[in-house]
Design a protein around this ligand. Structure first.
Ligand SMILES: Nc1ncnc2c1ncn2[C@@H]1O[C@H](COP(=O)(O)OP(=O)(O)OP(=O)(O)O)[C@@H](O)[C@H]1O
Length: 290
């Protein structure tokens, strides 16, 4: 089962505060989506609407063609993994897995146990006695082993150390190749996770400022470095994201299409043309000076 997601003119207000402004996008099922945004941009607000934790103030959401809010038929196929507060959760990890098995149609207990081993999770410890990173690893274990067609990970890695994050990313990709599903990952670890994404969405102050295929996105950003005058002439009319100057040398980051002809011309006049990373693009597309 593969579910598409549609968000149509969605706005969300908390009393008078507009957290999301008329956002629309479509996510084709079976792909991994990276959701990026600065602190307070509205990522969790958006994901909590997709998870049906609340309803939009305006607009509508469709998962698999149906409105998910209070729709158990649809929501049993979606998992929302987020930074839960477990301070009152005295149940052991093993019990939490059993709960998940009871409520999730496709929950795979064998796979969950494999993940428990890989993350070195203590099955017999109460959840509120686990470290932050272990709680995240348990959440991720439940999320992956639930095998729902839609999985939403809202900063699911919080507290996890680098080796455990690597395990998480590897398992995510392996799961995706075993059985494609619609995964959305919100993150601040842009440079660490960019290779996971098929498409990237960036929200800034409640607005969707970009939704693009990852490969297209990173091939739209260039750094042009060389003699200041030549660089200035070359980048005239292009969208400049950032520039740095040291003596006579200048490096400018530009965003947009660069034809093969232009690229060859740049090289001919001695400019160095490099690609920029998603992290660079993210920083400049959401910086305050824009
Ligand atoms: N329950 C709430 N009541 C009022 N305002 C809220 C509520 N939840 C979030 N907000 C506000 O909505 C905005 C978006 O918050 P949200 O948590 O969605 O951002 P985020 O992109 O997930 O941020 P972060 O990366 O810091 O986790 C923020 O200004 C936040 O203060």
């Amino acid at each position: 089962m593969i579910f598409d997601i549609e968000v149509n003119n969605v706005s969300l207000k908390y009393k008078d505060f507009a957290a999301l402004n008329n956002i629309s996008f479509k996510l084709k099922g079976g792909q991994i989506y990276g959701l990026l945004g600065r602190n307070g941009a509205g990522k969790t607000s958006l994901l909590s609407l997709l998870a049906s934790f609340r309803q939009p103030t305006a607009g509508n959401i469709k998962i698999g063609g149906e409105t998910p809010f209070e729709n158990a038929d649809i929501m049993q196929h979606a998992s929302f993994i987020y930074d839960k507060d477990y301070k009152d959760e005295w149940n052991k990890v093993s019990v939490m897995l059993k709960f998940a098995e009871r409520y999730r149609l496709n929950f795979d207990m064998d796979y969950a146990r494999q993940l428990v081993d890989r993350f070195k999770l203590p099955l017999n410890k109460p959840v509120n006695k686990l470290s932050k990173g272990m709680q995240s690893a348990m959440n991720v274990t439940i999320g992956l082993a639930s095998r729902t067609p839609v999985i939403i990970f809202d900063e699911a890695y919080l507290g996890m150390d680098a080796p455990n994050r690597e395990i998480f990313y590897k398992e995510l990709l392996e799961e995706q190749s075993r059985q494609p599903r619609t995964m959305i990952l919100s993150t601040h670890l842009v440079s660490e996770m960019d290779y996971l994404f098929d498409e990237v969405l960036i929200i800034d102050k409640g607005d969707l400022v970009l939704h693009k295929n990852y490969e297209d996105l990173v091939s739209s950003g260039f750094s042009i470095t060389g003699d200041s005058n030549s660089v200035d002439t070359f980048v005239k009319g292009m969208q400049k994201l950032n520039e740095k100057e040291l003596g006579n040398t200048k490096s400018v980051m530009v965003y947009g299409d660069l034809s093969e002809e232009m690229r060859l011309e740049g090289q001919r006049i001695g400019l160095e043309i490099g690609q920029v990373s998603l992290q660079d693009l993210f920083i400049y597309l959401t910086s305050e000076e824009d």
